[in-house]
Design a binder for this molecule. Structure first.
Ligand code: 5RP
Length: 219
């Protein structure tokens, strides 16, 4: 219950970053769902949103917010999304909801990335949460072997297909002391579509909610 208050507090705090009249990017997950609720009350300021997933697209539409294709939106002023883990440098593990690829694209296309989390997501070193890797289906076994060679323990996310028609390997066993290097290395494996490390493009602002309020961190 208190984790819900924490997520809601972080989501509410992100509303102050809205740029009235500008299309924004919206991520995926239970914390973002609270943000979408908040957006519904600010509709006059929001001409449209680019969604990072089909799930958020449906929620935005239900909230009466027009969903816009990224190709016609140009650079976005703001992207708001959650995370599965975050460190002191605002580097993230994302993809618990399986939307990592579109999330990384929208984050890359945005000037300011505001990440909203509850305090359970903060860690000293990334890697306790299994690292999601989106992979083309035919490359699943090859990429799994490559990840094992580098010390990971990949598990196929059973019964799950991404919005892009791919599969996810959730990789345990990494202690991620150099997130930029690992992100680069996994990205370069043939068949990998995207790795859920957001270190090359970390968040710009981190809003950490707890049951009574929110703390803000900036890069
Ligand atoms: C989805 C994500 C989410 O942002 C992440 O899983 C956090 O979700 P939640 O807000 O439900 O804890 O990366 O792909």
């Amino acid at each position: 219950m208190s984790i819900d208050f924490a997520k809601r507090n972080a989501a509410q705090a992100a509303l102050k970053y809205l740029v009235p009249g500008e299309i924004l990017g919206v991520g995926t997950g239970s914390t973002v769902n609270y943000f979408i609720e908040g957006l519904a009350a600010r509709k006059a300021d929001v001409p449209g949103a680019v969604s990072s997933s089909e799930a958020s697209r449906a929620r935005l539409k239900a909230a009466g917010i027009p969903v816009v294709d990224l190709n016609s939106a140009g650079t976005l002023a703001l992207y708001v999304d959650g995370a599965d883990e975050c460190d002191a440098h605002l580097r993230l593990i994302k993809g618990g909801g399986g939307a990592l690829t579109r999330e990384k694209i929208v984050a890359a296309a945005s000037r300011t990335f505001v990440c909203i989390v509850d305090e359970s997501k903060r860690v000293q070193v990334l890697g306790k949460f299994p690292l999601p890797v989106e992979v083309l289906p035919m490359a699943r076994s090859y990429v799994a072997r490559e990840l094992v060679r580098r010390g990971g323990r990949p598990t196929l996310r059973e019964g799950f297909t991404t919005d892009n028609g791919n599969v996810i390997l959730d990789v345990s066993g990494f202690t991620i002391t150099d997130p930029v290097a690992l992100e680069t290395e996994i990205n370069l494996m043939a068949g990998v579509v995207c790795v859920g490390l957001f270190a090359r493009r970390p968040a710009d602002v981190l809003l950490v909610g707890n049951s009574t309020g929110v703390r803000e961190y900036k890069r």
